[in-house]
Design a protein around this ligand. Structure first.
Ligand code: CP
Length: 306
């Protein structure tokens, strides 16, 4: 069904296709031998023009667990991009060597461009402040695994909602599910972009914007914390002023529901105090592991081995 398809933004896959991926990921999680070696002889190119820990390592772990191999770079300075080679030419080359490409790039729209120049599927691992669809798959799978379904809940997004590509992708994806209310909590300078709000309005999603986290805690079923992203600011002073606006700590967690789940795409800096890590409602490290299983499901699907 997904064989040969690229994933540039979450809407590239239907809800039924995403549902199949989640079911496949759950099957892989339960039985580590399932699909082992199914990608033997296949190559995945991982082209990371920006730093990453989870996305790159989990894609590489996914491909290796499926029996395939990986090539690529984690630092564009070690590629011919440093000599001025265009993204289009880099993609033409990588797609002539590999069976699929995973790319992270700081420019919005770069994943769409890559998909146009590639002869193999391109998976967007984050394009600037735009989208991060495999993080969205990770987030949705985590919600489904921990809460049993993806509907009828209040999701609070907190932190940098302006530059946070994981927030943009997840909000758009959740808008397609039933009875999801969204609360967007940010300082005025980091509010959700208008174009995402317009999409939510068109889809009649109930949402509101607030500045305080504390007042929202009792209402929230899924709290999605995000980091204020230093790398997206033009002015260091603005970053310093805003970076510690929200710090989730044990005291604030007391106001949360007992079956709340706290997600974070990670990396975190100060926005979740380490004392929260031992709270059973803290799900962000489990979430990062679910990311590997859903990426295994995704790779095996786009490579056509399932
Ligand atoms: N969540 C996420 O994209 O993490 P990395 O930047 O470490 O890949």
């Amino acid at each position: 069904m997904l064989k040969g398809r690229s994933l540039v933004e979450p809407e590239d896959f239907s809800l039924a296709e995403m549902d199949s991926l989640f079911s496949l990921a759950e099957k892989i999680e339960k039985d580590e031998k399932y699909l082992r070696d199914s990608c033997r002889g296949k190559l995945l190119a991982t082209l990371f023009f920006e730093p990453s820990t989870r996305t790159r390592l989990s894609f590489e772990a996914a491909m290796l667990r499926l029996g395939g191999n990986c090539l690529g770079f984690a630092d564009p300075g070690s590629s011919s991009a440093a000599k001025g080679e265009s993204l289009a030419d880099t993609i033409r080359m990588a797609s002539s060597y590999a069976d699929a490409i995973v790319m992270r790039n700081p420019k919005e729209g770069s994943a769409l461009l890559a998909a146009r120049y590639s002869s193999v599927p391109v998976i967007n691992a984050g394009d600037g402040g735009h989208h991060h669809p495999t993080q969205t798959l990770t987030d949705l799978l985590t919600i489904r695994r921990l809460l049993g379904s993806i509907e009828n809940m209040t999701v609070g997004f907190c932190g940098d909602l302006k530059f946070g590509r994981t927030v943009h992708s997840l909000a758009k994806a959740l808008a397609r599910y039933e009875k999801i209310k969204m609360i967007f909590i940010s300082p005025e300078e980091l509010v959700l972009p208008e174009y995402i709000k317009n999409i939510l309005e068109k889809q009649n999603v109930e949402f509101c914007e607030r500045e305080k986290l504390e007042e929202s805690m009792p209402e929230i079923d899924v709290l999605y914390m995000t980091r204020v992203q230093r790398e997206r600011f033009f002015n260091e002073n603005d970053y310093i002023r805003l970076k510690d606006t929200y710090v989730l700590n044990a005291e604030k967690m007391q106001a949360g529901k007992k079956d709340l789940i706290v997600l974070h795409p990670l990396p975190r800096v100060n926005e979740i105090s380490v004392e929260v890590d031992t709270d059973k409602r803290a799900a962000y490290f489990a979430q990062a592991r679910y990311g590997m299983f859903v990426r295994m499901a995704l790779l095996s699907s786009v490579l056509g081995v399932v």
